[in-house]
Write a protein that binds this ligand. Structure first.
Ligand code: FES
Ligand code: FES
Length: 165
């Protein structure tokens, strides 16, 4: 979990979202719909974005799990947080953790994504406030800032692959 090993005893049928928020105090993942539709509860399990509201905690046994708490501290995550603020892309903020998770997944794989790629990447995330345009602009701006910067914030001439972050 977020880069460290965790051993826990709990009902494996509990929702992963409840386990993260209530048991571990990781409150960054939000509950919007609770039905796997809005993406507010997005986490990354084994490199795939998953809605934690519809996954039992037992599913993640032995797997790598990343939540917004660690993603926002990565080079890409911090850049996204900055550009979301710079572009006024946050209104109520409820969808934003999921948007950052989705943007991070896109930018770790794709340098300088275009609008269509960005809209596709956030297609599983619903925002009731912004109309999406500022969110798309913020992710695009993050992509521009990250050109020539590898996943650890070093010049791209280093050997570290983009997917390492
Ligand atoms: Fe999980 Fe909406 S709260 S997808
Ligand atoms: Fe309110 Fe997206 S900023 S739901």
């Amino acid at each position: 979990l977020n880069g460290s090993h965790q051993t826990v005893t709990t009902d494996p049928q509990r929702r992963l979202l409840d386990f993260l928020r209530d048991d571990l105090g990781l409150m960054g993942s939000k509950e919007g719909c609770g039905e796997g539709e809005c993406g507010a509860c997005s986490v990354v399990i084994g490199g795939r974005i998953i809605n934690s509201c519809i996954i039992p905690v037992g599913y993640v046994e032995g797997l790598e799990l990343e939540t917004i708490e660690s993603i926002r501290e990565s080079t890409i995550g911090r850049t996204l947080v900055d550009t979301f603020a710079e572009h006024g892309a946050v209104q109520c903020g409820f969808c934003i953790p999921g948007m950052i998770v989705a943007g991070h997944a896109l930018l770790r794989e794709t340098e300088r994504p275009g609008e269509a790629e960005i809209r596709e990447a956030i297609s599983g995330n619903l925002c009731r406030c912004t109309g999406y345009d500022r969110i798309v602009a913020a992710i695009r701006a993050a992509g521009e800032k990250l050109v020539g910067v590898d996943a650890r914030g070093e010049p791209a001439a280093s050997e570290i692959p983009r997917g390492a972050d």
